[in-house]
Design a protein around this ligand. Structure first.
Ligand SMILES: CC(C)(COP(=O)(O)OP(=O)(O)OC[C@H]1O[C@@H](n2cnc3c(N)ncnc32)[C@H](O)[C@@H]1OP(=O)(O)O)[C@@H](O)C(=O)NCCC(=O)NCCS
Length: 210
């Protein structure tokens, strides 16, 4: 079994540990060794032997190690990735066994796809995308790198979500919409019009507030 560690020892990090446990129950794949985080002092809920060190220490690892970046904020994921130069590190995509992946779905490296997602057909996910619990992603949709989609978001067909987008819990994106890079969609929003880059949009229907 390949060794695997998680970057980020917060709540989502521990959920990703559970995701690894579920993958191993279905098909023993990973030997979990612990967490890297720049702020390990506040992590009293995790046994000390699983706290492996700060992110900079990853660059000194001398054997192959799989890493998962369990961080919600897209720009932080990208920043962390740029810090890691060690050729021994690789970034697998983790998919919970209850997730349903349809036809012609391409998924890049480093993605985290949690329990009970459904991806239908002709969908492309670039790298380091998070689909948190129970989202649906409709046909002919493109999601670009580092985007994080929170629980129970529904993305309809022919949607384009650019790089570094954060979509809050329970939001709904209707069909043929595009969401520009670095934008934030509030929890519970219903997005009915294209959202420009670098915007924050909230509400039903979603309006840009920042
Ligand atoms: C959209 C969001 C990012 C805005 O955060 P923010 O930039 O700090 O904005 P503020 O909290 O200052 O709110 C600005 C205004 O928008 C309103 N607002 C914020 N979020 C909203 C939402 N989801 N729906 C409707 N209105 C919202 C606030 O009430 C406030 O209105 P006011 O100016 O009339 O008082 C945040 O509220 C949100 O929805 N985050 C998603 C959280 C989530 O899904 N987490 C998942 C964890 S698994």
């Amino acid at each position: 079994m390949n060794k695997i560690a998680i970057i980020g020892a917060g709540g989502f990090g521990r959920e990703v540990k559970w995701l690894i446990d579920c993958i191993n129950t279905a098909n023993p794949t990973w030997s979990f060794i612990g967490y890297y985080d720049d702020d390990l002092t506040s992590r009293r809920d995790i046994p000390e032997f699983l706290l492996l060190g700060k992110i900079e220490e990853i660059n000194t690892i001398e054997e192959p190690l799989a890493l998962v970046i369990a961080i919600g904020k897209p720009s932080i994921k990208e920043k962390i990735l740029n810090q890691i130069t060690n050729k021994n590190i690789f970034f697998p995509t983790l998919i919970h066994p209850t997730t349903i992946v349809g036809n012609d779905v391409k998924i890049g490296t480093g993605c985290i796809i949690c329990a009970n997602n459904i991806l239908t057909c002709n969908i492309e996910l670039h790298q380091f995308i998070t689909l948190n619990l129970a989202c649906t992603i409709g046909h002919d949709t493109l999601i670009q790198s580092y985007t994080s989609i929170m629980p129970t978001v529904n993305v309809s067909g022919e949607v384009t979500i650019e790089k570094n987008v954060y979509i809050g819990t329970g939001a709904k994106i209707i069909n043929q919409i595009s969401i520009g890079a670095n934008s934030i969609i509030g929890a519970g929003a219903v997005v009915t019009k294209n959202i420009p880059a670098n915007a924050t949009a909230v509400g039903v229907p979603a309006k840009v507030i920042k």
